[in-house]
Design a protein around this ligand. Sequence first.
Ligand code: ACO
Length: 330
Amino acid sequence: MSARFCGTGSCVPDYVMDNDGVAELVETSDSWIRERTGIARRHIAVKETTVSMANEAAKRALDNAGVLPEELDLILMSTISSDVIIPCGACEVQKAIGADKAVCFDLNGACTGFVLAYNTALAYIESGIYQTVLIVGSESLSRLTNWKDRGTCILFGDGAGAAVIKKDERASYIPAAHSDGTRGEALLCHSKREENGLPLQKNDENGGKHLNSEDYLMQMDGQGVFRFAIKQVPEVIQEVLKKNGVKPEEIDWYILHQANRRILEAVAKRMGEPVEKFPMNMEEYGNTSSASIPILLDEMNRDGRLKRGQKIVLAGFGAGLTWGATIIEW
Ligand code: ACO
C-alpha cells in the first residue's frame, strides 16, 4: 500500500521584494546575495496571511486533483509561522474549504516539515486509518525575520504549497528522517517578549491576532547550517535509496528544500548526480521553509516536467535540527 500525489496547488504573495529592496534595509547587494544564495527576489505577505495562502493553495490542489473537500480524511499543515497559536492552521483550512469530516492538525518540522508531513500522511494511509489526505506547507517568514540582520534577512520569503495524496495499491518506499536536538541553537526563533519578561499581550493593528517580528526573531549560524546541510542531506538521500534498493540513476528528480543554490549544487556534486536533476526556484521565492518543496512540486506539475511513473526524491533539512528524505512515484 502506498500514497499517490494526485494534485498540487500553491499561492505566493503579490508583493515582490528584489535584492535591491533588501539592500535598502541592510548593507548588502544584489550581486552578493545572488552569488552566495542564488536568490534574486522573494514574495512578502502584506495583505496575505499564513492561513489565507494555505487556503488558496489547498483549493488549487483540490481542484487540480479533482477531489472534493468532503472526501478529505485528514488535513496536515506544516508551518513555523502560524498567524495564531490556536486554532491550528489546518483547522482554518478545513473551515475555508468545507472539509467537514477531516481530522486536522499542524506540524512543526521547520524546513523538513513538508517531508515529515508526507511521512505522517503515508503512515496513516498505510495503516488503513485514512485514505485521502491534504498536506499544506505555508509560511510567512517575513514576520519572523530580523530585518536588521543581513546574515538572515536576505534568505527568507513567504508562500504556500499543498498536495492531495490518496491511497494507492503500489508498494511504498520507506522514508529516512533524523533529528538532533543538541544542535538546535544553529537555527533559532525565540520570543523576545518572554526573554524580556514582558506580559504576553499587545494590541497591534491586527488586534493582537498576528505574531510579528517585534516578538519573534530568527537567528542562524549560517556557516554551521551550511556545513550541516551539505553533509547530512547527501547522506540521508543515500540512506533512503539504499533502504529501498533504488539506484541514484533511477531517480528522475531530486526535489530539495529550496534553501540556497550553493547547498543544492554541493549536494548534487557529493552524490555524483547531474545538477539538472535538482530543480531550483529559490531565485524567485527565496527560502520559504516548509512551503518550498510543495511550491516547486506545483510548478513542475503544472508545467509538465512531472510525469506519471517518474521516481522523485523529496528531501528537507532545517531547524531542530531535522533532516529527511523520502521517495515518491509520481
Ligand atoms: N551582504 C554582504 N555581506 C554579508 C552579508 C550580506 N547579506 N552577510 C554577511 N556578509 C559578510 C559578513 O559580514 C562577512 O564579512 P567579513 O568577512 O568582513 O566578516 C562575509 O560576508 C562572510 O560572511 P559569512 O557569514 O561567512 O558568509 P557566508 O559565505 O557563510 O554566507 C550565508 C552567508 C549565505 C548565510 C551562508 O552561510 C549560507 O548560505 N548558509 C546556509 C543558510 C541556510 O540556507 N539556512 C537555511 C537552511 S535551513 C532552513 O531553511 C530554515
